[in-house]
Design a protein around this ligand. Structure first.
Ligand code: NAP
Length: 269
């Protein structure tokens, strides 16, 4: 894979999976636009890429704000001359059910995880069309196709992100723009460590996260970033509208259980 002469915008590039994406695209010779509301994290990512001889810019922005997204894309285009790849990765997690999630928490999660990706696409796609095409990769989740308890707003936002991916794929195929998403399982990032810290026994949560996966461990941010880079690359030229699990086999037992209960008459081993 080679991203020479390509400009890649990564939201949430100041931490976790987004930062790993920035490093991966820079290693593949792309010019990276790091976007994050966390100025310290975003600047650190930019600084490391440049120190290693790569090309990167950092723009502080909240992806849930339309005016900030519009302004950020204008500035990014002025600096880079075009955008070839958009990675919608910024996201937040909040916990609660329908009766324990406040309307404010609902708005907060949906605004960042779903509206943020819509706004970034809305303001980036015209530049991609001018460039003759592009690729969008959204960081969805296994929770785009499966629900977990006490995670209402997050699950809904990630289901929505899968729908957004499919709509973008259909609407812009004619413009040579592909849109795909990855569905990570539990990935060892600051977000996951923060979620574990909410429990009285964080180490037990980490242990449970490891055991969720068929491979017996959580994933790393690098392992997700490599799949995102592949989907953004010309190597994936016949892929659009796809949702790719990067989950160490986490979703496999769901399908397995459905098969066992489907009454196919398969003999027990
Ligand atoms: P992370 O370490 O918390 O990194 C996310 C980054 O996005 C942070 O720097 C965060 O800044 C930034 N951000 C949050 N809201 C933003 C906004 N409104 N505008 C701009 N930047 C914003 O999280 P991660 O684990 O790498 O997660 C990245 C993505 O992967 C998310 O979409 C998440 O839902 C998804 N994902 C994660 C996992 C997992 O197990 N880690 C699994 C499946 C999917 P702040 O620190 O200021 O919030």
């Amino acid at each position: 894979m080679d991203f020479t002469n390509k400009v890649i915008v990564v939201t949430g590039g100041g931490s976790g999976i987004g930062r790993a994406c920035c490093y991966e695209f820079a290693a593949l010779k792309g010019a990276v636009v790091v976007v994050d509301r966390d100025e310290k994290g975003g600047e650190e990512t930019r600084h490391k890429i440049v120190a290693d001889g790569g090309r990167a810019e950092f723009f502080a922005a909240d992806v849930s704000s339309e005016s900030q997204v519009e302004d950020l894309i204008k500035k990014a285009l002025a600096r880079t001359g075009g955008i070839d790849v958009l990675v919608n990765n910024a996201g937040i997690q909040r916990y609660g059910t329908a009766t324990t999630t406040s309307a404010q928490e609902w708005d907060e999660v949906l605004d960042v995880n779903l509206k943020g990706a819509f706004l970034m696409a809305r303001y980036t796609i015209p530049a991609m069309i001018q460039r003759g095409g592009g690729a969008i990769v959204n960081t969805a989740s296994v929770q785009s196709v499966a629900a977990v308890r006490n995670s209402l707003a997050y699950v809904v936002s990630k289901h929505g992100l899968l729908g957004l991916t499919r709509c973008l794929a259909l609407d812009y195929a004619k413009n040579n723009i592909r849109a795909n998403c990855v569905m990570p399982g539990a990935i060892d990032t600051p977000m996951l460590r923060w979620a574990a810290s909410l429990d009285d026994h964080p180490e037990k949560v980490i242990d449970a996260c490891n055991r969720l996966h068929a491979v017996g461990r959580m994933g790393t941010a690098d392992e997700v970033a490599r799949v995102i880079a592949f989907l953004a690359s010309d190597e994936a030229s016949f892929m659009t509208g796809a949702a790719i699990p990067v989950d160490g086999g986490l979703l496999v037992p769901v399908g397995g259980m459905m098969f066992q209960e489907s009454g196919t008459g398969a003999k027990k081993a």
